[in-house]
Ligand binder design. Structure first.
Ligand code: NDP
Ligand code: SSN
Length: 290
């Protein structure tokens, strides 16, 4: 099976390498062309534009930063739409349901097929093929690309109409972003009140709120080490999009709103390209309120 792959950031690079490692042919494109070099070493071919990739491949996957990038790659000059007739497009970026629906409707109107398939799981699960895939849209296309999803992920869900994958992803990340802030406050409170925060990690891990994120991020947060697996700017984008979904559905989300403010503060401190756990640093900033 041959796939096009657009977007070789932290996630896209790991996912495309995984496909290559499992015997898929992959033609890649990235806005910053130099990021293609490493994948060429793994056997990938390079397409000059998103349009040329789609022209060459029956199936093209996208893994792009945000709604604006997802729309640009489809609608701009030399974009996906130019050769989409009869081709299949699978957008795995985290975007909102409206963005996904706009892309879906336009692609279908031009004779193409569309599946949204955002993922849960970060850099390491992407490298290990252990993502959780939240697909929605064209069920026949979903069934066709399952061999690729089986390589990329440990479990795929088909959630029905376009938009449901995007919404599920935003709900999950809204919970994750809120948890990260509560965790960060807890680590800081433990430290400032004279406790050993390392011992707090051990206590948490033995109890009912033990989870993979605390286990993975706790030790590095205590070392003030925030090498990006999930960039903070993307987590803040997800909080913003989840809050908009809350607005649409009249769901009051004071916890998520507060978490969003903390991520915004972290961005204003220049931490957007670090891991989202760098929100911890906001608690160390001088407080001028008293
Ligand atoms: N990292 C993670 O743990 C996870 C991320 N996600 C989601 O996956 C997506 C990708 O994340 P990640 O790989 O971490 O992000 P990165 O920031 O590492 O990569 C973003 C990619 O989008 C491209 N891009 C950005 N803007 C544009 C544009 N205007 N036109 C064309 N290409 C553009 C970048 O190209 P260039 O190289 O030129 O900048 C790059 O290839 C995001 O939606 C994110 O929310 C989902 C699950 C986990
Ligand atoms: O969108 C990013 C999710 C990161 C994760 O699920 O660990």
């Amino acid at each position: 099976m041959e796939f096009g792959f657009l977007g070789l950031g932290i996630m896209g690079k790991a996912m495309a390498i995984n496909l290559l490692r499992h015997g898929f042919k992959v033609t890649i494109w990235n806005r910053t062309l130099s990021k293609c070099d490493e994948l060429v070493q793994h056997g990938a071919s390079v397409g000059e534009t998103p349009a040329t990739v789609v022209k060459k491949c029956k199936y093209t996957i996208a893994m792009l930063s945000d709604p604006s990038a997802a729309l640009s790659v489809v609608f701009d000059k030399d974009g996906v739409l130019e050769h989409i007739n009869g081709k299949c497009y699978i957008d795995m970026s985290t975007v909102d349901a409206d963005t996904s629906s706009k892309i879906s409707e336009t692609i279908k109107a031009k004779g193409g097929y569309f599946l949204e398939a955002p993922v849960s799981g970060s850099k390491k699960p992407a490298e290990d093929g252990q993502l959780i895939i939240l697909a929605a849209g064209d069920k026949a296309l979903y069934d066709e690309v399952l061999p690729a999803f089986d390589v990329l992920g440990k479990k795929s869900f088909f959630l029905g109409e376009v938009g449901n994958g995007a919404k599920m992803k935003l709900v999950v990340n809204m919970i994750m972003g809120s948890m990260m802030n509560a965790f960060s406050e807890g680590l800081t409170l433990a430290e400032r009140s004279g406790l050993n925060p390392g011992t707090l990690l051990d206590v948490l891990d033995l109890g009912a709120i033990s989870n993979g994120m605390f286990k993975l991020k706790g030790p590095t947060m205590l070392q003030n080490s925030y090498s990006p697996a999930f960039p903070l700017k993307h987590q803040q984008k997800d909080m913003r999009l989840a809050l908009a979904l809350g607005d649409e559905n009249a769901v009051s989300m004071p916890v998520a709103a507060a978490a969003n403010e903390a991520f915004k503060k972290a961005r204003s401190m220049g931490l957007g390209d670090l891991d989202f756990s760098a929100v911890h640093e906001t608690l160390k900033a001088p407080d001028h309120s008293s």
